[in-house]
Design a protein around this ligand. Structure first.
Ligand SMILES: NC(=O)c1ccc[n+]([C@@H]2O[C@H](COP(=O)([O-])OP(=O)(O)OC[C@H]3O[C@@H](n4cnc5c(N)ncnc54)[C@H](O)[C@@H]3O)[C@@H](O)[C@H]2O)c1
Ligand SMILES: [Zn+2]
Length: 362
C-alpha cells in the first residue's frame, strides 16, 4: 500500500493506493474524523461487488453503515439526485457527526462530494474511487458539483475529502473503454509536468491495457502525486491549477456539441490534447515532434485523436468560449513547450482554433 499526502494545512488528507485496501477505508477515515454514523453511497453493481468490504471495515470499528444506491450515469449528476440524497441521509438519521463514503466513479464522487459539502452546512466525506478517471483525477482536489441543463459542473463547491482510498482491484470489473478513457488523464499529467511519466507510459501500455496491478498502481500513484502537488500549490485555481486543464478547452467543447453522448470524457480530452498541440504549433509554442509523440501515445491507447468528420468545427470553436475558465471573452489555452512543460497562453483567437481543428480533421 502506498500513501500520498495532500498538503492543505488543517484540511490535509491522505491518499492510499493498493490492492485489497477497501477494508482500510474505515481506518483511513477514522484517522481524521470520528463519525457516529456512516452512509455508503454507491451504484447497485458496485455495492454488490465491493460494498461489503468497505462496510466490514466500519463494522469492525463498531460503526453501522447505511447503504444508499444511486443509478449510474452523467444524466444523474443533477440537483434532483442531490435532493434525493439529502432526504435519504435524513431518513438514515445522519447528523452533523455523520460521514459520507462514496464508492464509485467521478460522477458519484462529484455529486456526493457536493452533498457532503452542503448537507447540514457540510459534513466530512471519504472518496473510494472505482474508475481510473476518478482514481487519478476526480477524487483528488476537492472540486465537487453537479450539472444543469445549460451545462456541466455549473453548480458546485470546494470540499476536500477526509481521505481517498484507491483499491486497484476494483478496476478488474471496469469496462475497457472506461479504462482507456481514464488513462488519457495520465497522458495529460506526463505532458504537463513529467516527461519521465510520459516515457514510462510509452513502455507500460501493454501492461496497463491488460490491467497489470503493478503497472496500474505505478501510474495512479504518480498521477495522484502530481495532482496533489498542483492542488496544494493552488487549491481554488487562482493560477497554476489551470495547467490541469491541458486539452480540456477543446475537449469540453467537443463533449458539449456532441451532447455528452458520443465520447467518454477521456476520449474527448484525447482529441482535445492533440488539438492543444496543433494550436500550440500555430502559436509557435509546440514543436511538431511533440504533437507526433502525443498523438502516437494516445493512438496506442486506442483513444481517438482526429477531429471527428461529423462535428461542426465552427460550432466547436464557438463552444470553447463557454469555458468556465475564460476571462473577458478570451480563453486561456494551456500549450505544451515540450513533453513535461506547459505554459498558459491567454491570447489564442478563435481563428487559430478553427484552423487547428481543420488540420486535425480525420
Ligand atoms: N472533481 C473533479 O476534479 C473532476 C475531475 C475530472 C472529472 N470529473 C467528473 O467525473 C465524471 C466522470 O467520471 P467517470 O469517468 O469515473 O464516470 P462515471 O462515474 O460515470 O463511471 C463510468 C461508468 O463506470 C461504472 N463503474 C465505475 N466503477 C466501476 C467498476 N469498478 N467496475 C465496473 N463499472 C464501474 C459506473 O457505474 C459508470 O457507469 C464527470 O462527471 C466529470 O465531470 C470531476
Ligand atoms: Zn479531465
Amino acid at each position: 500500500m502506498r500513501r500520498i499526502e495532500v498538503g492543505l494545512g488543517d484540511r490535509s488528507y491522505p491518499i492510499v493506493v493498493g490492492s485489497s485496501v477497501l477494508e482500510k477505508a474505515a481506518d483511513m477515515a477514522l484517522e481524521r474524523v470520528h463519525p457516529t454514523s456512516v452512509a455508503l453511497v454507491t451504484h447497485p453493481v458496485l455495492l454488490e461487488k465491493y460494498g461489503q468490504a468497505v462496510t466490514d471495515g466500519f463494522l469492525r470499528k463498531g460503526l453501522q453503515v447505511h447503504s444508499i444506491v444511486v443509478p449510474a450515469g452523467e444524466r444523474y449528476k443533477t440537483l434532483r439526485t442531490v435532493e434525493g440524497l439529502y432526504r435519504r441521509l435524513l431518513e438514515c438519521r445522519v447528523d452533523r457527526k455523520g460521514l459520507v463514503v462514496v464508492l464509485g466513479g467521478g460522477v458519484l464522487g462529484d455529486v456526493c462530494g457536493f452533498v457532503a459539502a452542503t448537507y447540514l452546512r457540510g459534513i466530512p466525506f471519504v472518496q473510494v474511487p472505482t474508475t481510473v478517471l476518478a482514481q487519478v483525477d476526480a477524487s483528488v482536489g476537492g472540486k465537487t458539483g453537479v450539472d444543469l441543463p445549460e451545462g456541466k459542473n455549473l453548480v458546485g463547491a470546494f470540499h476536500q475529502p477526509a481521505a481517498v482510498v484507491i483499491d486497484t482491484d476494483t478496476l478488474a470489473s471496469l469496462p475497457a473503454r472506461e479504462l482507456r478513457s481514464g488513462l488519457a488523464e495520465v497522458v495529460k499529467y506526463g505532458i504537463i509536468t513529467d516527461d519521465q511519466l510520459f516515457g514510462d507510459l510509452e513502455r507500460s501500455i501493454p501492461d496497463l491495457l491488460r490491467r497489470d496491478a503493478r503497472a496500474l498502481s505505478d501510474v495512479i500513484v504518480r498521477s495522484c502525486e502530481i495532482k496533489a502537488a498542483v492542488v496544494a500549490a493552488d487549491e481554488t485555481e487562482q493560477g497554476q491549477r489551470a495547467i490541469l486543464n491541458f486539452g480540456h478547452t477543446v475537449g469540453h467543447a467537443l463533449e458539449a456539441v456532441t451532447g455528452y453522448r458520443k465520447y467518454r470524457h477521456g476520449e474527448a480530452i484525447s482529441i482535445g490534447m492533440v488539438a492543444a498541440c496543433m494550436i500550440g504549433e500555430a502559436a509557435g509554442v509546440t514543436p511538431p515532434d511533440v504533437t507526433v509523440s502525443v498523438r502516437s501515445m494516445l493512438a496506442r491507447l486506442r483513444l481517438p485523436t482526429s477531429f471527428p468528420a461529423d462535428v461542426d468545427i465552427g460550432e466547436t470553436a464557438s463552444a470553447t468560449l463557454q469555458d468556465k475558465k475564460r476571462v473577458g471573452g478570451r480563453v486561456t489555452y494551456i500549450l505544451a513547450e515540450r513533453i513535461g512543460r506547459v505554459r498558459m497562453e491567454p491570447d489564442v483567437t478563435l481563428e487559430v482554433v478553427r484552423s487547428a481543428l481543420t488540420r486535425q480533421r480525420a
